[in-house]
Design a protein around this ligand. Structure first.
Ligand SMILES: [Fe+2]
Length: 352
């Protein structure tokens, strides 16, 4: 009877890298011939020790092994593999059906048993079943990647809308996004949270679309009235994003990026942990880039003046843990978003 494998499942099997371990030469050669046509790659070993050496030098999606072999048996090899890679499915092929082997195999988390003499169809079915969860995980990863692309494209489109109107804000948002991402990485945040910070920062000033362009390009300081209007941009940005369901709190990042630790920020005067961590990071990246870059009404102050600003106001305006990581990046002077910003004076080098 043929195994019930769909074309999709067969396609999936043909992407796998598989390790096959068998000491009996005749069986090994016959099975190698049978299996090598089904997978992207098939490596073969004659005992557990050889198999383990191969496993340690290549990533495999599946291991198929005999149990009783010289030098190192299949279960000892499987135990080693499971300590390194619990998720790798292992199929045991054996003529030995003693209870001890079964119990030991169950303890080790062996995925499937196939008895000798081997029925190739039975083996293919075991392979399909034991790689099913791997396949589902991969499908889920692909779906998540596609979804992330959709979010990135949508956010990129919003950022471009700003660019058309105001090239300065767009360049600023891109740099803030890179700086915020570098800080978040330095802080050791989870990958998904870092992605959210990068995307939120890319459109943190999206609300400036509702501010008259003259106010954004004015070659002088704004009047109180003009500045009051500019200060509405976090709320306008959050209003634009309301109802868009991102897997990250993007609208809140936009709304809170001018909040300050002591409550002196806007629009809501939030304090300390009332402010999202993501917004606290974007706030520091925002100030560093704004001070380092030239504005219509003043020349650039440079990265080191920005460093002085965040260090002097660490804890009052800015989150100390965010400032600490940002200063580390500046002090290291690594190539990256911060290294691209203009530097005129290096007060950190003067030991203060
Ligand atoms: Fe802003």
């Amino acid at each position: 009877m043929k195994p019930s494998i769909t074309a999709n499942e067969q396609d999936f099997l043909s992407t796998l890298k598989v390790l096959y371990v068998e000491d009996e030469q005749e069986v090994r050669e016959a099975m190698t011939h049978f299996l090598s046509r089904r997978f992207a790659r098939l490596d073969v070993a004659a005992n557990g020790q050889e198999g383990l050496a191969l496993f340690n030098s290549h990533p495999y999606d599946l291991v198929i092994t005999d149990i009783k072999m010289p030098v190192m048996d299949g279960l000892e090899m499987a135990a080693n593999i499971k300590t390194r890679s619990l998720d790798t499915p292992i199929i045991v092929v054996t003529a030995y059906n003693e209870t001890d082997y079964f119990l030991r195999a169950i303890e080790l988390g062996i995925d499937r048993y196939v008895k000798k003499p081997l029925d190739p169809n039975e083996l293919v079915e075991a392979i399909q079943k034991s790689t099913q969860s791997h396949r589902h995980r991969k499908e889920l990863e692909d779906a998540n990647k596609n979804l992330l692309n959709v979010y990135q494209t949508a956010i990129g489109a919003l950022a471009r809308a700003i660019e058309i109107r105001d090239p300065y804000t767009n360049g600023h948002q891109k740099r803030v996004s890179q700086i915020a991402e570098a800080i978040a990485l330095e802080m050791g945040l989870p990958a998904s949270q870092i992605t959210g910070i990068r995307l939120g920062a890319m459109i943190h000033d999206i609300g400036k679309i509702s501010v008259p362009i003259d106010y954004l390009t004015m070659p002088r300081k704004l009047t109180n009235l003009e500045y009051a209007l500019v200060k509405t941009h976090p709320q306008s940005g959050a209003d634009i994003l309301v109802g868009v369901e991102f897997p990250w709190p993007i609208a809140e990042m936009v709304l809170q990026h001018h909040e300050r630790m002591d409550g002196s920020g806007y629009p809501r005067g939030l304090k300390k942990e009332e402010i999202l961590l993501e917004a606290r990071i974007i706030a520091v990246a925002d100030v560093v880039d704004a001070m380092s870059s030239s504005r219509p009404y003043r020349a650039a102050l440079g990265i080191y003046m920005a460093a002085v600003e965040i260090r002097e106001n660490s804890g009052t305006l800015y989150d100390p843990s965010v400032v600490e990581c940002c200063l580390k990046l500046i002090e290291r002077g690594e190539s990256g978003p911060l290294a691209c910003l203009p530097c005129f004076q290096h007060p950190l080098a003067e030991g203060d």
